[in-house]
Design a protein around this ligand. Structure first.
Ligand SMILES: [Cu+2]
Length: 470
């Protein structure tokens, strides 16, 4: 029995309502909006000030979604999934994280395991950790590497590696890696802001199964008292007082006093082990430390890979952060090797992706064309889309605000991404003859199309009321 403990009754009700509303097929849009708003109250959101913004984004999302669905042609696209997990038509979209643990002081939520079409990334799990102000998370260790991106708030992280201890402060924009099995504790040091971490874990035991171990949660209780007496060389009474049954009920999130917090905070501390035979790798970095990889009026891309932050090599994940201007889009582009897990942290997105997998399924019923199915969906804050390697994709900031997305590239070792339009696009390197033989037109005509756009990656999005290609 591991990290499966308490699930908030409210959340169960929420899920039950959601499933009941969707089991009969399409969801009543009003009902869906109610659920979205409840989600703002209960699971999504970063701080109190964010709730009205979240609620407003539900309204926008449903308005845009309704418009978008009316605009969709009858065939050739897959629809928005209506359940908490990915649905059969669109296995790439996950519409929320499931709470594994919900307490007054914070919660931990994970996406379902990656299976079937996501072979090759089964070891990974995506999650979100939310910690209330002035809250301490008791020391624990996991059977997984954990890469954390601080998407809101302020905290202090401490890791124990053998005889050494390292503490550092984190804030929005920081990435930090907790190596597998290393004891870590964490405190939200702020008085008002909720600390929110977007997480990718990579299991080393059973693929995709996560187990965590915490002394505060009571793993010592699994042992016979006489064994503990012998191990600690103390009397039974001390053992009872220290590891007694009442401790089992305590959960890892604990309210800390201002005095406790101030004694836990301070400057970043280095390894205390003087002769460090361990790799003294930096465990944290700020994504804004480096210049953005791409920046123009339509968007900014920040990327961190294992060259910038060697600790990422341990988990084989690269990080990216897309900030797409309102009315703009990113792509088309594709990743050579990595599977990109994109989480919407703000705004409403529409993605379109060319997928040969789903069209293969279609071809078993005799249909051969089109070879690539357009997979598309609207995404709002708290939703996740998974883009497999090689798949061309476009992400558009939809609606009335900009779009922010946190991206984790899984199996990123030696991964590259290539634009398929605009500056540096793959086709711009092709020889004229290759262009002619591919498109069946003189190379000059093809060049006119593929070299017209001068921007890189981020472009102005189409005007949606005039859907020439819908
Ligand atoms: Cu596919």
């Amino acid at each position: 029995m591991g990290f499966k403990g308490k699930i908030c009754v409210a959340f169960l009700l929420l899920v039950a309502t959601f499933l009941a509303s969707t089991s009969s097929g399409s969801t009543d849009p009003n009902q869906e909006m109610v659920i979205c708003k409840k989600t703002c109250e209960q699971i999504i959101g970063t701080d109190q000030d964010d709730k009205p913004r979240c609620t407003k984004s539900c309204e926008k999302y449903h308005k845009e979604k309704g418009k978008w669905e009316r605009d969709q042609p009858e065939t050739g696209t897959t629809s928005q999934p209506e359940q908490g997990r990915s649905n059969d038509n669109n296995p790439y979209v996950f519409d929320h994280f499931a709470a594994q643990l919900e307490t007054e002081r914070g919660n931990a939520q994970f996406l379902q395991k990656f299976t079937e079409i996501f072979k090759g990334i089964e070891e990974y799990r995506a999650g979100v950790l939310q910690v209330e102000p002035q809250t301490f998370i008791q020391p624990n260790h996991w059977d997984a590497y954990a890469l954390n991106y601080v998407s809101n708030g302020y905290g202090r992280v401490t890791m124990i590696e053998g005889n050494s201890r390292k503490s550092f402060n984190v804030k929005r924009g920081d990435l930090f890696l907790v190596p597998v099995g290393i004891t870590v504790y964490l405190v939200n040091t702020d008085d008002n802001e909720r600390l929110v971490l977007a997480k990718i874990l990579r299991s080393v035991s059973v693929p995709g199964e996560l187990e965590f171990f915490s002394a505060g949660r009571g793993f010592f209780n699994a042992f016979s008292p006489e064994v503990l007496e012998a191990a600690f060389e103390v009397e039974r009474q001390s053992i009872r007082r220290m590891f007694g049954q009442q401790k089992v009920e305590q959960w890892a999130f604990r309210k800390a006093t201002p005095e406790q917090i101030s004694s836990l905070t301070g400057e970043d501390e280095g390894w205390l082990w003087p002769f460090g035979d361990r790799k003294d790798k930096d465990r944290h970095i700020n994504i804004y430390k480096k210049e953005p990889s791409v920046a123009n009026e339509n968007g900014i891309l920040h990327e961190v890979n294992s060259k910038d932050f060697p600790a990422l090599g341990d988990i084989n994940v690269a990080f990216s952060y897309y900030n797409i201007t309102q009315g703009s889009m990113a792509g088309p582009f594709y990743n050579t090797k990595a599977t990109l897990v994109l989480m919407v942290s703000n705004g409403v997105a529409q993605f379109e992706m060319a997928c040969p997998h789903l069209s293969e399924q279609a071809s078993s019923s005799g249909e051969i064309h089109p070879r690539y199915k357009k997979v598309s969906s609207k995404l709002r804050r708290g939703m996740v889309v998974v883009i497999p390697p090689g798949h061309p994709v476009v992400i558009e900031a939809f609606g009335e605000e900009g779009l922010e997305m946190v991206g984790f590239g899984l199996n990123s070792d030696e991964n590259e991404w290539f634009p398929l339009a605009g500056r540096d696009n793959v086709m711009s390197q092709w020889e004229d003859v290759a262009l002619e033989l591919t498109f069946g037109f003189p190379a000059k005509e093809v060049q006119k199309v593929i070299q017209n756009q001068h921007k890189k990656l981020f472009f102005k999005a189409p005007v949606r009321r005039d859907r020439a290609f819908a």
